[in-house]
Design a protein around this ligand. Structure first.
Ligand code: C2O
Ligand code: CU
Ligand code: CU
Length: 544
């Protein structure tokens, strides 16, 4: 009934899945059995040859993984399983330890790879919709990056073959089909891609069971435990989906049992549009050791960390002073940035009208997870002073230091646009072409404008650029937005490598990006997945 207010055909089709097709069950049971995967047609080999791999495959060859996007049912809440879509993985060739399953979760496997390692991934799309995997944060040739133009229809395969050349860090993978990324991630398709390297080995961080991935997402369930996507129709599409329950690693009321020792916590904001302002409830500072693109040079303390959709942060969490049997809570603190003004007012009004006033607004205070100190520690760890080396880009080395490439972010006819444009599959404007090996300054400006009553500029936009890791150069905020900006700004960790940067209302963010190794067509977009699906995404081209 509510989905009627959403007009796009693609979306209607997907929204229908939540109530009809997902419940047929059974059809995908034999997915990975037998050798059907190996026998099915793969993409023509030509797509694999177009761009040379950066580093030679070294001695770590022969890893082959099958990843299938399947329909499944998973127990999330008491009282009955929830139909989901999820990635199911299997190591076809190589060490089984590369793939770690999160037990009982809809989330995909955690892939643990080494820098320099060569991998082949056979993606099988067993959904009813087209799909393709994007490796968020990885530096890859364009045809390995999961651009929507490579989406494969239901029942088809796509073969990825690449060398992992990113630094050690917490990356992730998720679907990227045209206009369907939001629903596919929402119904469960996402997984972590953890890279390790020698530099990280030397930092002496906790490993094994002391290295914990934590994927934070919000979801809404109906009375039958089914996932509800965009319950407020157009308002949700415009603002981005906000669920009324917080899940960690696919579980509600998540509790992490620990020893009274030191942990490495890898946090991914895997939510469609929610921004988190993460803090320990007792006010102890967070010790941040890494951002999107891996380790910082040294640990940094923050009272809280602001994490937009798609962003990652890693924490050094020392529980050694904690009493056995005690709890510690990670919370999201209240903030007022975004969703204010006319749009927030309208959203509140509509929410009330549609009986959704109980949903957690962006900026609400809530608990994210609990840590329970259960045992004495078996080991002692000291916080390393040095974590890694980051070579700093210099503004003076950029080709456009005086004239940043500017991207205006604003809402037009209820959807986000970039420089007034929306996504077109193959289109690249003249001002979206960069040269291979150039260092550039890009500026994202979230200043509103171009809009009447909806008061553009009142939403945060987590801007993500495919294929690169960049460095944040500076942030500026308009006077009128300063007080709300201050409710989140101390939580930005701009000291490390980033692939996604939160651009708050009234803010201009400048980043330095180098386009090396690969030419071709890549995406940049808002990682609010509803904004992305509605067209707040564009191509850029790297040209030799
Ligand atoms: Cu994580 Cu283009 O996306
Ligand atoms: Cu990405
Ligand atoms: Cu956005």
């Amino acid at each position: 009934m509510k989905s009627k207010s959403i007009s796009r055909r693609d979306f209607l089709r997907t929204a229908g899945v939540g109530t009809a097709v997902l419940f047929t069950g059974g059809t995908f049971a034999n997915l990975l059995s037998g050798c059907s995967l190996a026998e099915e047609a793969v993409r023509p080999a030509a797509t694999l040859q177009s761009t040379p791999l950066r580093s030679s495959p070294a001695n770590l060859t022969g890893l082959e993984i099958a990843l299938s996007a399947i329909e499944d049912r998973v127990d999330i809440l008491p009282g009955g399983a929830t139909p989901v879509w999820r990635y199911q993985g299997e190591v076809l060739k190589g060490a089984a330890s590369v793939l770690q399953t999160l037990p009982g979760s809809y989330l995909g496997p955690v892939l643990r790879l080494r820098r320099g390692q060569q991998v082949r991934v056979q993606f099988n799309n067993a959904l009813i919709d087209p799909s393709i995997i994007h490796w968020h944060g990885l530096h890859l040739p364009e045809d390995m990056d999961g651009h929507p133009r490579y989406a494969v229809p239901a029942g088809q395969n796509y073969t990825y073959e690449f060398t992992v050349n990113n630094r050690a860090g917490t990356y992730w993978f998720h679907p990227h089909p045209h206009q369907l990324t939001g629903p596919q991630v929402y119904y469960g398709l996402a997984g972590l891609f953890l890279v390790s390297d020698e530099e990280e080995d030397e930092a002496g961080l906790p490993i094994g069971e002391y290295d914990i991935p934590l994927v934070i997402q919000d979801r809404t369930f109906d009375a039958d435990n089914r996932l509800v996507y965009l319950p407020n129709g157009m308002m949700d599409q415009m603002n981005g989906f906000l669920g009324d329950r917080i899940l960690v690693n696919g579980k509600p009321d998540f509790t992490l049992p620990v020893e009274a020792g030191v942990y490495r916590l890898r946090l991914l904001n895997g939510s469609n549009s929610r921004v988190y302002k993460l803090a320990w409830e007792d006010g102890l500072p967070l010790v941040v050791i890494a951002t999107d693109g891996g380790l910082l040079e040294k640990p940094i303390k923050r009272d809280y960390v602001t994490l937009g959709p798609g962003e990652r942060i890693e924490l050094w969490a020392d529980f050694s002073e904690r009493r056995l049997g005690s709890d510690m809570r990670l919370v999201s603190l209240p903030f007022t940035a975004g969703g204010g003004g006319m749009m927030g007012g309208m959203m509140g009004g509509m929410g009330g009208m549609m009986g959704n006033s109980g949903a957690l607004p962006n900026g609400a205070r809530f608990e994210v997870l609990r840590v329970r100190i259960e045992k004495k520690a078996s080991e002692r760890h000291l916080l390393p002073e040095k974590l890694s080396t980051i070579s700093r880009y210099q503004l003076k080395d950029s080709v456009n230091a005086r004239k940043p490439r500017n991207f205006d972010l604003f809402m037009q006819q209820m959807t986000g646009t970039i420089n007034g444009r929306r996504f077109q599959m193959d289109a690249v404007a003249d001002d979206e072409v960069v040269r291979l090996n150039d260092l550039e300054v890009w500026q994202f400006a979230n200043l509103g404008g171009g809009m009447g009553m909806m008061g553009g500029g009142s939403l945060p936009h987590p801007m993500h650029i495919h294929g690169v890791q960049f460095q944040v150069l500076e942030r500026q905020v308009e006077q009128a937005f300063r007080s709300e900006y201050r409710t989140v700004s101390a939580g930005f960790v701009d000291e490390g490598w980033k692939d996604t940067v939160l651009v708050m209302p009234g803010e201009r963010v400048r980043v330095l990006i180098k386009f090396d190794d690969y030419t071709g067509l890549y995406l940049y977009h808002c990682h609010n997945l509803e904004h992305e699906d509605a067209g707040m995404m564009r191509n850029y081209r790297v040209k030799a």
